[in-house]
Unconditional design. Structure first.
Length: 286
């Protein structure tokens, strides 16, 4: 009985040793299979990936002006900035409701002269690079064209006057409409245009060239000497900005002569923070 016990114990120990070795080999085999599968998955993804080319569009000068040439440069590069060995760029311009092809080449340098203010809309395509470079059918760009700027100035003028029979408390009056035009050849930040009328006047309306109404504040200097302070907040203006401001008001003076408005001005700061003020003299009659 003692001998059999010793043999049984030895067999159990030997069986335990083989069981432990088998487990370790299974773990190694599982890990190796997982790594192989991951490698295959990565290889498959890499083979199907497409690189999107980088389209670059520049305009010179950056601000387009009516009647002055503009050069448009278009390039296509790989994402890392390297030049693509082949492929073709196509430049289209929106004319009416259709995209019309303007030029087609491996790289584009296109010079033209805009004839009117507004926006020009472009679409750029890039095709035929092959390999793992994908085609691009839609890449939009737009260019704003502004009017030729000769001088930064604010000017005012009388554009209409009409004498009317008034109410019993104020009698007859003349209704005037004046227009201020502001053209800027410089950048102006936080720009504001403001001005006033004269005594014995009554504000009727004020709108700019974009049909934006003004802020109007009544002021008074004694009985029946009403006046108005009128203003528009213009925000940040860039060189080439142009707008008109039309003001209509009643004037209750008899036989009005001379000034019918006060001074008007545009104020703000330039790109260095320096204050700017452009002044227009009063509008006069007779």
């Amino acid at each position: 009985m003692k001998k059999l016990y010793t043999i049984s114990t030895a067999l159990l120990m030997l069986a335990g040793t083989f069981t432990s070795c088998t487990k370790d080999l299974d773990e190694v085999g599982l890990n190796a299979s997982s790594i192989d599968a991951a490698k295959k998955e990565v290889s498959a993804d890499n083979g199907n990936d497409k690189l999107t080319p980088v389209i670059t569009v520049t305009y010179s000068p950056s601000t387009a002006i009516v009647g002055q040439p503009v050069t448009m440069t278009i390039t296509a590069t790989a994402p890392d900035g390297t030049i693509l060995p082949k492929g073709e760029l196509m430049l289209q311009q929106l004319i009416g409701t259709e995209w019309v092809q303007i030029v087609k080449s491996e790289s584009i340098i296109y010079t033209f002269t805009p004839e009117s203010v507004g926006f020009i809309y472009y679409n750029i395509k890039y095709i035929g690079a092959g390999g793992n470079i994908e085609n691009i059918n839609t890449f939009r760009s737009q260019l704003e064209v502004v009017a030729s700027c000769q001088k930064t100035e604010l000017t005012g003028r009388l554009i209409d006057s009409e004498t009317k029979t008034g109410l019993e408390d104020k009698g007859a009056y003349t209704q005037y409409t004046v227009e201020y035009t502001f053209n800027s050849c410089i950048n102006i930040n936080d720009a504001k245009i403001q001005g006033g009328l004269t005594a014995f006047t009554e504000f009727v309306s004020a709108v700019d060239g974009n049909d934006v109404g003004a802020k109007e504040e009544d002021t008074a200097i004694g009985n029946d000497k009403s006046n108005s302070k009128i203003s528009w907040q213009l925000g940040n203006l860039t060189s080439g900005y142009s707008n008109t401001f039309t003001i209509t008001f009643k004037n209750f003076k008899n036989n009005q002569e001379g000034e019918i408005t006060g001074d008007w001005s545009v104020e703000g700061t330039n790109d260095t923070g320096k204050k700017i003020k452009i002044v227009a003299p009063p509008v006069t009659v007779n």
